[in-house]
Design a protein around this ligand. Structure first.
Ligand SMILES: [Zn+2]
Length: 158
């Protein structure tokens, strides 16, 4: 069992304004190809819907260790030391271009979520998926966002 080191923020890479369900995400990640990726586990712990509602996809406890049942497949190579959270959106209306589509309510929930994580896990570093892989996800600059909500530098992964 390893220590929780990162909280990584993702987007679902779906069109602006389009709601999607946790079941669909789970199917994309765990169904056998070609329906899904065929992963053993879904990629996220929690999901933030368009209206700001928080939905849990993978159970977890509040300690500083990442138990086997808590692991999610969000970023290859760091999953055993990470928690992954996703907001619904991340693409413009055409579905072709990355765009920060977070609604006011999603930003509010994400802000609370990040602050709670830092409170529960003082040594945690918060990051965007794009800081670990050549991807647009989550379609916004996470360090800039974190500074805008007054997260301490020691909790910002750079
Ligand atoms: Zn991602």
């Amino acid at each position: 069992m390893k220590k929780l080191e990162f909280m990584v923020i993702h987007c679902t890479a779906t069109r602006e304004g389009q709601e999607i369900s946790a079941d669909l995400i789970r199917q994309w990640h765990t169904a056998k190809p070609p329906k899904g990726h065929g992963w053993r586990k879904v990629g996220y712990t929690d999901m933030i819907h368009l209206g700001g509602e928080l939905e849990n996809l993978t159970p977890f406890d509040q300690d500083d260790e990442v138990d086997g049942y808590e692991i999610t497949n969000g970023v290859r190579g760091i999953n055993s030391i990470s928690r992954h959270v996703v907001y619904v959106g991340g693409l413009d209306a055409s579905g072709r271009n990355a765009k920060d589509t977070r609604t006011e309510q999603q930003i509010a929930t994400l802000t609370t979520y990040v602050k709670y994580m830092v409170m529960r896990h003082p040594g945690i570093k918060i990051a965007g998926h794009n800081q670990f892989a050549a991807k647009d996800c989550p379609s916004f600059d996470v360090p800039t966002f974190l500074r805008s909500i007054n997260i301490a530098e020691e909790n910002i992964h750079c």
